[in-house]
Design a protein around this ligand. Sequence first.
Ligand code: FES
Ligand SMILES: [Fe+2]
Length: 398
Amino acid sequence: MVTKAENELMTRVGPGAPCGELLRNYWMPVAPAAELSDAKPKKRIRVLGENLVLFRDGKGRYGLVEEQCRHRRASLYYGFIEDDGLRCPYHGWKFDVTGRCIEQPFEPKGTTPKPDAAQKAYPVESLGGILFTYMGKGEPPLLPRWETLVRRDGLRNVVVLPVHKCNWLQCQENSVDPTHTYYLHGHTLKLMGFDDRRTQYYYRPIENYDFQLCEEKTWTGIRKIRTYGGDRPETETGHPMIFPNVLMNPQGPKLVTHWRTPIDDENTYIIMLEFSPSPDGAIVDQPVSDIATTYVPEPFLPNGEYNLADFPPQDQMAWETQGVIYDRSEEYLGHSDKGIVMFRRLLKRQIEQVQAGQEPDGLIRDPALNECISFTVSSGQAREARKMEERKAASPAE
Ligand code: FES
Ligand SMILES: [Fe+2]
């Protein structure tokens, strides 16, 4: 049973909140790289309860700074991009991508900006078509090179979901909820008249489920394992929830990484990276500039109800209707929620670890471990997608 105090502990993400401090130890994706261009080199974002400006200076370097200027707090979003930084629109103080103040135009001649005139700033790295930031203290760990971000034998596509108006933990708990797929996805789609193999895949009776805590060298998390019955019985190789806010999920022929970045306590930014392996394993040279971004539209029908004709709005409906910050002290768990209980224990343990001054688990500091981090996931989804393609090819009119 989760108390109201524990619920607060696990859900609050702002600066100084115990969970916020934990999450600041991990790199967070904040935007598709394609969103910053020469024509539009700035973006206003909110991450972990902080208002920030993401920008690219004239030399192509990425910066992420607090939105309010160090001087008299005007918004740097309206600032001027220059070769070596971002100049405030109000009095022209200029900050480089590390936040260092490099110009104060109307200060007495001969004075140089003091170190404490620096703008609060966070490092940014670009990988696989996504920009990531590290908002923690001290030397950042390595940005994990999950296989979807770095494999070269296929193509990448970035997907951005509409902002979810709920706390991040609701989205992430779903990653260790193996039974929701039957009714929320399979049954819903079946009743709406869908009967493709993807619907059939999830509409098989779930006969068993299991969870494994994983403490690997490069990640910590939980695998959920499902056993389906019916006329196409199968046990899935469990795919992992990577602590704290990532899911690695096979979707049809693709391997998809889902990140749930808290915008603040009540809103969550979900960005996904789809990796489609080449059927013959061929290396594909896809420059970052060729990685497309798909924006999933808001999930509502004209009457204001959720349009439940696809997976993402089905999940969004379930998570948002739990409440903006779901009150776990009111819930009544079943046996199938074992993975959720494991996740919450892990989360609380990691919060305590950080409160005790230690690093949380799953940070990578050894480059030798970080060349390409691969995952085993079940092949059933890819098999079903292949069969759908074969059927389409056999009867193209269908
Ligand atoms: S408020 Fe930014 S330079 Fe004055
Ligand atoms: Fe789902």
